[in-house]
Design a protein around this ligand. Structure first.
Ligand code: PEP
Ligand code: MN
Length: 352
């Protein structure tokens, strides 16, 4: 349920309502919207009559039921307002959200060595990216494939952060590594294969860094939003959803089917910001630019793109990785599409 307060409701009155609701064994969560304050209610609300709650105060405008199984992730819980996730990076705050410039995250699939991660960081920054991606812990289908350099790669990411000023996003696969990864990363990635790893979702939900939640390769949209709900319910309100392609019947020509329809669908269901990953979504470098442009046209808030200094020699996901040159070229094209939808940063690209 949500309690919508009248414009100008006095703060002590809001606090009084919150404490009364706690006595009803509900968990109130105050959300300050652009126009109104809303109190989201989580708990056993099924037997409650909205009129009963409305009687608590004359400052309550309305009490509405949230019909979705995901409460905190639902658009209703925010009274129809989409939320922003603000991430601090050495270069300043970066906002993921519908009324903000599109955020570009770029970098290699895996952190391979110091030179390649620092060179990549500098190259993607020069082209206009705000975040560097790179896996230290890699979820690989085969136990014999490169598994990532682990902790030592986290140190290399920290060095790349210092060298470039970019924010860092990297995947955490194991609950035992969350604190270690959160020391270096500005955003924690939960990968497709772990989208329903509930202990991991609870753990990343109980720490402060924003969470980049990839869609499981066979997950429905409801399952994905319920996974986000785990993070939100554990106390972390900063979740970004990332579509990275799903398994469908035809895998002959592309690694996955990139479901761009999630953009308008999710907009109507959730307030959370949305990102698209055309690299894992297609698995083929040549297909990344058209899908990245399409994602912007369809309203994405962010893009995650794999870039490698020498894709032919990459230790993972080489076939879908762009070279520095092709990424730079793509960013020029994206700026045209981004400006057409009024969502491209006008600030000049900083030169290091
Ligand atoms: C990745 O980002 O490198 C990755 C493994 O992604 P996904 O979880 O979407 O497969
Ligand atoms: Mn990858």
């Amino acid at each position: 349920m949500i309690v919508v307060m009248k414009v100008g409701s006095p703060e002590p009155e809001i606090q009084r309502i919150e404490s009364e609701l706690k006595e009803w064994r509900l968990t109130p969560e105050k959300i300050i919207g652009k126009h109104k304050v809303v109190i989201g209610l989580v708990g056993d609300t099924a037997s409650l009559d909205p009129l009963q709650i409305k009687e608590i105060s004359p400052w309550i405008e309305s009490v509405l039921r949230v019909e979705k199984p995901y409460k905190r992730a639902s658009l209703e819980f925010r009274n129809g307002e989409h939320s922003n996730v603000i991430v601090s990076t050495p270069n300043g705050d970066v906002t993921f959200g519908q009324n903000h410039p599109i955020v570009v995250i770029a970098g290699p699939c895996s952190v391979e060595n110091e030179a390649m991660i620092i060179d990549t960081a500098k190259a993607v920054k020069a082209a206009g990216a705000s975040f560097l991606r790179g896996g230290a812990y890699k979820p690989r289908t085969s136990p014999y494939s490169f598994q990532g350099h682990g902790e030592s790669a986290l140190e290399l990411l920290a060095a790349a952060r210092d060298a470039s000023g970019l924010g860092i996003i990297t995947e955490v696969m194991d609950t035992a590594d969350v604190d270690k990864v959160a020391e270096v990363a500005d955003i924690l990635q939960v990968g497709a294969r772990n989208m329903q790893n509930f202990p991991l979702l609870k753990k990343v939900g109980a720490q402060d860094k924003p969470v980049f939640l990839k869609r499981g390769m066979s997950a429905t949209i409801d399952e994905w939003l319920m996974a986000a709900e785990y993070v939100l319910a554990a106390g972390n309100s900063n979740v970004i959803l990332c579509e990275r392609g799903i398994r469908t019947f035809d895998r002959k020509y592309a690694r996955n089917t990139l479901d761009l329809a999630v953009l308008p669908v999710l907009r109507s269901l959730t307030h959370l910001p949305i990102a698209i990953d055309p690299s894992h979504g297609t698995g083929i470098a040549q297909y990344v630019p058209p899908m990245a442009k399409a994602a912007i046209a369809a309203g994405t808030d962010a893009l995650m793109i794999e870039v490698h200094p020498n894709p032919a020699k990459a230790l993972s996901d080489g076939p879908q990785s762009l070279t520095f040159e092709s990424f730079e070229h793509l960013m020029r094209e994206l700026s045209v599409v981004g400006q057409a939808v009024n969502r491209w940063s006008k600030s000049p690209v900083p030169v290091n």
